[in-house]
Design a protein around this ligand. Structure first.
Ligand code: ADP
Ligand code: MG
Length: 290
């Protein structure tokens, strides 16, 4: 279970006059995501979705609030080298001795993150990409190749393991990113607009592949998207962010059993409702800015 408790993220930015000013990217967001569920975060660009996702992953620290996974608090990814550990301790030296307890028993959260753009390393072949993730997770060298092949196979990439990302189609690259994420058998997969860069048909196939793998593994999936149909088709719950400081505007549970049909009138009806909300927000925003 993931619990986000009153997450706020504040950035200091320099405005066009060269003056420092504050920007609230995420404001007081609380959300509980139960095990085995798919949640989508939906909203216009700039509403804080990526920031919130990175806070869930521990890649950014919130200004206020906390993230707990299965009850233990997420700070940042566990340092994997002595040098990183030193930097980590320096960064947190001002926090209280109580919080410093986390250095001793830092819980390991099994989270894999898939980014939109640089999801795979272009200088590594498909299998090297997966092996690299396995290495980071301290899987013994002797087991890596076999395990990498297993997961490449699972996402339909058998036969292209020695190709470089530039030799793969966009859809295949995203499959590779998925294989790499799955290979470490995470409990949670976080995805930031994972299918935004592929054509519509490939996108639908990838969505179905994702659902199939999710059905087999039961991971928690939290996905950022700006595509309402994608969110409704995939998710147990769609969380809609409002523009401006990112707050939760609406939460829509989708109880339609799977497998779902994209043309199901119930699905279309929910999509339309979401479109109307997003449209309303955009209209409001442009009224303010005139
Ligand atoms: N590191 C940063 N420094 C300053 N402002 C940032 C930073 N990261 C994001 N922002 C700002 O925070 C807001 C939310 O950004 P983001 O989370 O990327 O939105 P989304 O993913 O919904 O498009 C935007 O206004 C963005 O410019
Ligand atoms: Mg984003």
């Amino acid at each position: 279970m993931i619990e986000a408790r009153s997450i706020t993220k504040f950035f200091s930015v320099v405005n066009e006059k060269g003056l420092a000013e504050g920007l609230t990217a995420v404001l007081n967001v609380s959300l509980t995501i139960p095990d085995g569920k798919i949640f989508s975060l939906l909203g216009p660009s700039g509403c804080g979705k990526s920031t919130f996702l990175e806070i869930l992953a521990g890649l950014q620290a919130p200004t206020d609030g906390e993230i707990r996974i299965d009850g233990s608090r997420v700070l940042e990814p566990l340092p994997s080298t002595r040098k990183e550990m030193e930097a980590y301790k320096r960064r947190y030296r001002f926090i209280s001795p109580v919080a410093n307890g986390v250095f001793r028993d830092h819980p390991k959260h099994d989270i894999a993150m898939i980014f939109q753009d640089y999801a795979v390393f272009p200088w590594m072949t498909a299998i090297q990409n997966v092996n690299f993730a396995l290495k980071l997770h301290k899987i013994p060298r002797a087991q890596r190749n076999e395990r990498a092949r297993f997961f490449l196979n699972r996402v339909g990439l058998a036969g292209v393991e020695h190709k470089y990302p530039s030799q793969l189609s966009g859809g295949m690259r995203q499959r590779l990113a998925l294989a790499r994420a799955l290979s470490v058998e995470p409990k949670i997969i976080l995805m930031d607009e994972p299918f935004a860069a592929v054509d519509a048909l490939t996108r639908e196939r990838l969505q179905d592949d994702l659902l199939k793998i999710w059905g087999e593994t039961g991971v928690i999936i939290v996905m950022v998207t700006h595509d309402a149909p994608e969110a409704v088709y995939l998710s147990d719950e769609v969380v809609i962010f409002s523009p401006g400081p990112g707050t939760i505007r609406n939460r829509i549970s989708i109880d339609i059993p799977r497998p779902r049909r994209r043309s199901d009138p119930e699905i279309i009806e929910i999509q339309d409702r979401i479109f109307a909300m997003l449209q309303y927000d955009l209209d409001q925003e442009s009224e303010y800015s005139i």
